[in-house]
Design a protein around this ligand. Structure first.
Ligand code: SF4
Ligand code: SF4
Length: 329
């Protein structure tokens, strides 16, 4: 077992910078945490899920699709070096696994994979959640996991690449800290998971009336924060930008909470009310995606509930559904 004392973290990440474009949680001057470059601020692995989704490293809010200049089309450039992205909580890793499938199956998204292919992902777990809360280790779905045992980062490689970049780290003294963390994790309740599964059953049994969505939709101010924060939201629009010498086609995140999201050229809008748009946001994760992908696509990262200014993130809506319409059997 390898481990890294907290004081040695900067050296570890700096050593990777020669080979990778490193992105890791850092603390900004105002105390918030974000995904940044080494040197942008103090390393901030503690605190649980970052406010911004770490999947944005591979699917950024805005990015080029192609450029046209002098009659020639140039594809979007790939990162000059492979990405190394640290800071995924175990639930974020579930989200990443899901969107990897989404962008790979059926229609293969070359732009996504130009950033994702060859990238290394480091999960973060252990006693480093909000206020020191325990984040159960993921046990996979990443190249290496950094597990905080209370005084050092235990390093668990899962892939050959993860093994290679940690091979030079010193071996740590034998300890059962990782086993203790795993055992403590097994005893944790999964109330959010139970709630989300119950709400999913209700929706799939069609036991939630339209009047509920009219009521919930009334509370939406279409700020789009829920979609922008969600690691499994993958909708985007395209926009052409004209410069003096070139035209660049970009894509940027879209939001199903916006009136124009599905509006057609004829003016017809299949999602023409807040009620329909709000229903779609929740129904998509809890009912449509289980049909399409075989799993609920909300992995309970908590971001949409944290950012929604009117209190209709997915946990809040699921709780209201279950309270009013039952547990779904
Ligand atoms: S909790 Fe909200 S933001 Fe997180 S995965 Fe579920 S729907 Fe997306
Ligand atoms: S964050 Fe809340 S208010 Fe904003 S678009 Fe989403 S549901 Fe509506």
């Amino acid at each position: 077992m390898k481990s890294i004392p907290p004081d040695n973290l900067p050296d570890f990440f700096n050593s990777l910078s020669a080979t990778f474009e490193v992105r890791l949680p850092i603390e900004l001057p105002d105390g918030t945490r974000t995904l940044g470059n080494p040197g942008d601020g103090p390393i901030a692995l503690h605190g649980g899920a970052l406010p911004g989704k770490p999947t944005a490293a591979f699917f950024p809010q805005q990015g080029p699709v192609f450029t046209v200049a002098g009659g020639f089309v140039a594809e979007a450039p790939s990162p000059p070096r492979p990405l190394f992205v640290a800071g995924f909580t175990p639930r974020d890793l579930d989200c990443l696994r899901f969107i990897d499938r989404f962008f790979a199956e059926g229609w293969h998204d070359d732009i996504y994979f130009s950033r994702r292919r060859g990238a290394l992902v480091a999960g973060v777990s252990g006693r480093c959640g909000p206020g020191g809360a325990l984040l159960p280790p993921a046990g996979g779905d990443c190249d290496l996991e950094m597990v905080w045992d209370g005084c050092r980062w235990l390093i668990v490689p899962y892939s050959e690449a993860g093994l290679a970049i940690t091979s030079e780290l010193p071996d740590s003294a034998p300890s059962n800290a990782l086993d203790q963390i795993r055992q403590a994790s097994e005893a944790l309740p999964d109330e959010e998971g139970t709630l989300i599964r119950r709400a999913s059953r209700l929706l799939r049994a069609d036991r939630v009336p339209d009047s509920f969505w009219a009521e919930i939709g009334e509370r939406c101010i279409a700020c789009t924060a829920c979609n922008l924060a969600c690691p499994t939201c993958t909708c985007f629009g395209v926009q052409d930008w004209r410069y003096a010498e070139r035209v660049e086609r970009s894509r940027m995140w879209d939001s199903c909470q916006l009136d124009g999201f599905m509006r057609e050229a004829s003016g017809h809008n299949p999602l023409g009310t807040e009620a329909l748009r709000t229903r779609r946001r929740i129904h998509h994760k809890l009912a449509a995606d289980p049909e399409r992908w075989g799993e609920i696509s909300c992995f309970r990262c908590g971001r949409c509930d944290a950012v929604c200014p009117t209190g209709i993130g997915i946990f809040a809506v699921a709780r209201e559904m279950v309270d009013r319409f039952g547990s779904g059997g």
